[in-house]
Ligand binder design. Sequence first.
Ligand SMILES: [Zn+2]
Length: 232
Amino acid sequence: MHNSQQAPSPGKVMIIFAHPDDAEGNCGGTTAKWAKEGQVIHYLVLTNGDKGSEDLSMTSGKLAEIREKEQEAAAKILRVSGVTFLGVPDGELEESPHLRKEITRIIRLHQPAVVFTHDPWKLYQLHPDHRAAGFLALDAVIAARDHLFYPDQLVQGLKPFRVKEVYLFGTDNPDFLVDISEFLELKLQAVRCHESQGLTAPGVQERIRNRASEVGEAKGYLYGEAFKKIEI
Ligand SMILES: [Zn+2]
């Protein structure tokens, strides 16, 4: 693995993901670290997570509300500056022209130099929302750059915007390792905000800790998070 540790110079970062809780588990340590180093980090949560419950008395409406609060609490712990919820029903995220356009608008609005998202090419990635989220985010990164995509957005005062770097999480091909040794506890604390998903269970926390330890080992870090980095 190369490129380890070198964070981009302070600027704006957007993390685009399918469900409330995806960001903390995948890049919560890097988020906490980069926020402390001065990056302004924004979450874009694509679905409302309204299917993630085994409690038969739970309704989708109630669950979506709970998960939004859990997501905001987790973001606060990691010092994420803001959260945008697109509110697509859980499990129904699709690579639609409408969603690509909306994500393009949000990228043009916030102007992040760096975007994190799911690796949509991960082999045997079963969850359709994770695949769709990755493709939507990447397609929107390209559309945001060129002025002939969605010119109606430009009339409304937005400008074409070039994202410089994309980091894919949940990847089979990591080439960028971040030392999160000092931030693992914050990551675990943020993950624990997602109580409705059972993420407070000691077994889950232990699994995350062990995974971070395995990932960090490649560079001799106590704990690490790994990504596929794409420069655009
Ligand atoms: Zn997810």
